[in-house]
Every structure is written in structure tokens, then in C-alpha cells.
Design a protein around this ligand. Structure first.
Ligand code: 8GT
Length: 139
């Protein structure tokens, strides 16, 4: 594929961290691409949308929680070549929100220590993010 034909997709995601330093992971439901894999909640930035607004919107839609922008801290990003597009995905840390995260879109949810994230099958783009979470939160 030539550089000119690369489709760059901007997805914004959050690592929600609980009081025990566990991270909320969501399993992509059947019927979606990468079904069954565990990922960070978030989604594609829509045209004309600010990434932070995307994330706040997605967290409300997917989990039913309210997050305020000052509670989103940039941690790192994923840059990964999928066969049909190139994913660029900033990952924010969030330790404070209103409400209790619940599955609103049929996804399974689980809280996982960073050191145990490798036990879950994750999209390939996400694997390089794990050491940053271990550095921040411990294993
Ligand atoms: N939210 C999220 N998406 C991720 C992660 N890792 C990763 O590769 N992705 C990819 O980023 C894209 C996010 O799209 P999305 O969640 O907003 O939209 P979608 O389900 O409609 O995706 P689809 O159009 O591929 O089915 C997907 O292609 C997904 O596979 C992650 O940790 N969190």
C-alpha cells in the first residue's frame, strides 16, 4: 500500500482506574470487527468532534457514566497498522467519574490489574500500551 492511500483512523480510549488500581476492560461483542477481544472503552472521533468530547460521549453511551474533561489525563497512544487502516489511538487515564460503569451495548466488562492484562486477548494495537499502565499503576 502506498503512503498516499493509507486511511488514518483516530480512535480515543480511556483506562478507567478504580481504587485498587484495576483497569476497566470491555469485550467487543459478536458481530463487530475484532469480536471477543478485550479493549479500552472509547471510539472513533467523528467529523468536527474534539477527541475529549468523543471520549466523554462514548463513556456515557457505552458505560452510562459521566466524566468531566479535567478528569481525563493523557497517558500514551497506540499507532498500529491494521490491514485496511492505520489506527492512531490516544489513551487517557481517568480515575474519577459519576455513576457505576454498566454494560450499555452488550459488551462484557471486567476490572483487571495491569499485570494481568496479558491474560485477556486484546487487539494487537493495545499490547504496547500495557507497560505504560504497569509503570503508572504497578503490576
Ligand atoms: N475503543 C477501542 N477501539 C480499539 C481499541 N483497540 C483497537 O484496535 N481498537 C479499534 O479501533 C476501532 C474503534 O472503533 P469503534 O469501536 O468506535 O467502532 P466500531 O465498533 O463501529 O468499529 P468497527 O467499525 O471496526 O466495527 C475499531 O476498529 C477497534 O477494533 C481499544 O482499546 N479501544
Amino acid at each position: 500500500m502506498s503512503a498516499l492511500s493509507i486511511r488514518l483512523v483516530l480512535v480515543v480510549a480511556a483506562a478507567l482506574v478504580d481504587a485498587d488500581g484495576r483497569v476497566l476492560m470491555a469485550q467487543r461483542p459478536e458481530g463487530k470487527t475484532l469480536a471477543g477481544l478485550w479493549e479500552f472503552p472509547g471510539g472513533k472521533v467523528e467529523l468536527g468532534e474534539r477527541p475529549e468530547d468523543t471520549l466523554i460521549r462514548e463513556l456515557a453511551e457505552e458505560l452510562g457514566i459521566t466524566v468531566r474533561e479535567p478528569c481525563l489525563a493523557p497517558l500514551t497512544f497506540a499507532s498500529h497498522a491494521y490491514p485496511d487502516f492505520h489506527l492512531l489511538m490516544p489513551l487517557y487515564i481517568c480515575r474519577r467519574w459519576e455513576g457505576i460503569p454498566q454494560s450499555r451495548e452488550g459488551q462484557s466488562l471486567r476490572w483487571q490489574r495491569p499485570g494481568a492484562l496479558r491474560e485477556l486477548p486484546m487487539p494487537p494495537a493495545d499490547l504496547p500500551l500495557i507497560p505504560f499502565l504497569i509503570d503508572l499503576l504497578g503490576p
